[in-house]
Design a protein around this ligand. Structure first.
Ligand code: BES
Ligand code: ZN
Length: 647
């Protein structure tokens, strides 16, 4: 069984026995302690958690959550202390089996917070309760003003759950939950609502989940249906737009996802659209995906983020990485499923449009997404610390937020895409998908167990030689870019030709724009715009185009200056500011800086400030940041501050 303890391997060994397996795999170096979660202070290996009960009270006046968390533990290894993770929490009292016990909230350690050591001789079943409060320093909990009143939300992945409530803050530990929250405003939790009595909201989460998936939101939140098992939530003024954005695709996504895996196990899939300061595109909190309001762009072009968060219902939420060092297992698998879902939906839509080639069309469109992904991967590999360009990370004494980039998403996707191809194509791989998610559901695993399962599944199907030919060591531990796969480029040629035309133009240095017009891009679909802008931006790097010519782009394609789509605003302005040789008084820069004050999604905020810092001036980036800092989420603040050299 895959558990938190994935085998007692340590040391730099040349021959890897995959954890819990009978098989010996080839020459995979395993950095010491890989199977242990380095990012928790807790002694989680000693326990199974049978259930967790959360009883919370929200005070908007004091901006704190006060509560009691109770763990029903089953001791696996007898010990004298229970060590929980906390970070910027206040601990009021601790009891074991209803009796007060001695405890020590230890001094804060760098990155991982303050261990809470509870004295108790642990054997068999143990019930531990901790009374606690959050503090204003919490990195998970944000009290803000929403559009219509006070608002509270949490964001705990990867290691911020410990600043929400004391816990075994590791993805290796999963538990069912019972939850009760008292709040003057509507409450949503990553669980199924079971009753509301006045200000008290009750929930249960019958599927075991890790701490990072426990989420809360409270505020003036209303809802509308977006499918037979789905609702969207937001504050009242935005609810109609939110409904429109998602209602066309929600149930189709669910159906296609189920056809790739197996029946959706969480009963409902709802989406909460948060205020602007939400730092991510989406967060897969079970039963209530959290989403950035930048998805509500009135053109349905960002529904792919919902497909992604839905895919986490299998990849990540049912089957979870056992430590953040194997984060690619969550995100790489999720992107793989996301692209299969979107390809499936493209195919269904083509069929409804009466296209004979609808199946091929779905595949072509999946390849289009993969081509965009390969570009994103290049960009990330060039910008992130090289040690985090491998699939498996070493996070010992490191902050996992610093390791975050597109690498686990895209390199993880390309690893799976490679496996799919080499093992015979999507059809052959299709049987493995439900097998993998069924085998590991409710569990947490590492990369070695994944490879082991590949062998277990494909060897009896006559594919051992193929598996033996794969350089797993390079895939898991190699740095930098993987080899570029052979893509079906049918749907991108048009875009690539336009990029080439522009590159030739910039190379020539002549200023004859007559060969270009708005017609070039008029029939583009959203993804084509994105590919055009991102590819042009990447390819211009080696050309060093004239800044005067670059600054003519808005006149040629005014569409890109008028759009309200956040993706296009970000990509277009990046080209102008990167190559336009602009100063802080230029209108483009002023507008872009103002725009940065209206978004909280890190995907835009972090590269935006880096761009200002490197292409305008570091001082200007800092003054702009200082102006808007109070609008950003603490996680976002701490990363931008590192990015622009404030800390
Ligand atoms: N689980 C992630 C968000 C996350 C990752 C939060 C790591 C904290 C730490 C979520 O599923 C995600 O990947 N969101 C993406 C969406 C995109 C890939 C479609 C995002 O936020 O941009
Ligand atoms: Zn994700």
């Amino acid at each position: 069984m895959a558990t938190s303890d994935s085998g007692g391997l340590s040391g730099n060994i040349a021959i890897l026995t995959a954890p819990n397996s009978q098989m010996t795999l080839v020459d995979l170096p395993r950095p010491s302690g890989q199977s242990l979660d380095n990012c928790t202070n807790s002694n989680y290996k000693n326990f199974n958690v049978l259930n967790t009960d959360l009883n919370l009270q929200v005070s908007f006046d004091d901006k704190v959550i006060t509560g009691t968390v109770t763990f029903e533990l089953q001791t696996i290894k007898e010990c004298d202390t229970i060590i929980l993770d906390t970070s910027y929490l206040f601990v009021r009292s601790v009891s074991v089996d209803q009796q007060p016990v001695d405890y020590k909230l230890c001094a804060r350690k760098p990155i991982y917070g303050s261990p809470l050591e509870i004295s108790h001789k642990c054997q068999g079943k143990v019930s531990v309760s901790v009374e606690f409060s959050t503090t204003e320093k919490s990195t998970s909990i944000q009290f803000i003003r929403g559009d219509t009143g006070p608002y509270l939300f949490s964001q705990s992945e990867m290691i911020h759950a410990r600043s929400f409530f004391p816990c075994f803050d590791t993805p290796a530990i999963k538990s069912t939950y019972t939850i009760q929250v008292e709040s003057p405003h509507n409450v949503l939790m990553s669980a199924r609502p079971i009753a509301t009595e006045g200000d008290v909201y009750k929930f249960k989460q019958p599927v075991p989940i890790p701490s990072y998936l426990v989420a809360i939101a409270s505020g003036n939140i209303v809802s509308e249906p977006i499918g037979p098992r789905s609702k969207v939530f937001s504050e009242t003024p935005n609810i109609a737009d939110c409904k429109w954005e998602f209602e066309n695709d929600m149930e189709i996504f669910l159906k296609v996802a189920e056809s790739l895996t197996f029946a959706y196990e969480w009963e409902t899939f709802d989406v909460l659209v948060l205020p602007m300061s939400f730092p991510y595109g989406g967060m897969e909190n079970p039963n209530i995906t959290f989403a950035t309001p930048t998805l509500i762009c009135k053109d349905r072009s960002q529904v792919k983020v919902i497909a992604h968060e839905l895919a986490h219902s299998w990849a990540g939420n049912l089957v979870t990485n056992c430590s953040w060092e194997h984060f690619w297992l969550n995100e790489g698998w999720c992107v793989y499923l996301e692209r299969r879902i979107l390809g499936g939906v493209a195919s269904l839509k083509a069929k409804m449009d009466g296209r004979q080639d609808y199946l091929e069309y779905g595949e072509k469109s999946r390849h289009f997404d993969a081509i965009l992904g390969f570009g994103d991967l290049k960009e990330s590999v060039n910008n992130i610390n090289p040690e985090f360009t491998s699939l498996v990370w070493d996070l010992n004494n490191k902050d996992p937020d610093d390791a975050f980039s597109k690498v686990p998403y895209e390199k993880g996707f390309f690893f799976l895409f490679y496996l799919e191809t080499i093992l015979g194509g999507p059809k052959e791989f299709d049987e493995f998908i439900p097998h993998y998610f069924k085998t590991f559901r409710y569990k947490s695993l590492d990369s070695f167990e994944f490879i082991d399962e590949l062998y277990r599944f494909f060897e009896p199907r006559g594919k051992k030689e193929i598996l033996d030919s794969i350089d797993f060591k390079k895939w898991l531990f190699g740095k930098g870019m993987p080899e570029e796969p052979k893509f079906d480029r049918t749907l991108v040629v048009e875009v690539e030709e336009l990029v080439e035309k522009w590159l030739d133009f910039f190379k020539s240095g002549k200023d004859d724009f007559s060969q270009f017009s708005i017609n070039d891009i008029e029939t583009f679909e959203f993804n084509q715009h994105l590919l055009f802008l991102d590819k042009l931006c990447a390819e211009l790097e080696s050309i060093n185009p004239s800044s005067q010519l670059i600054m003519k782009l808005p006149e040629v394609y005014p569409y890109y200056t008028k759009t309200g789509n956040f993706e296009l605003i970000a990509s277009f302005n990046t080209i102008l500011i990167k190559y336009g040789n602009l100063t802080e008084t230029d209108k483009v820069v002023v507008n872009f800086a103002d725009w940065l004050g209206t978004v909280g999604r890190m995907k835009y905020v972090r590269p935006g400030f880096k761009l200002l810092s490197t292409k305008v001036s570091n001082e200007f980036a800092i003054t702009t940041y200082k102006k808007y800092e109070s609008l950003y989420h603490p996680i976002c603040k701490s990363l931008v501050e590192k990015d622009i050299g404030l800390v």
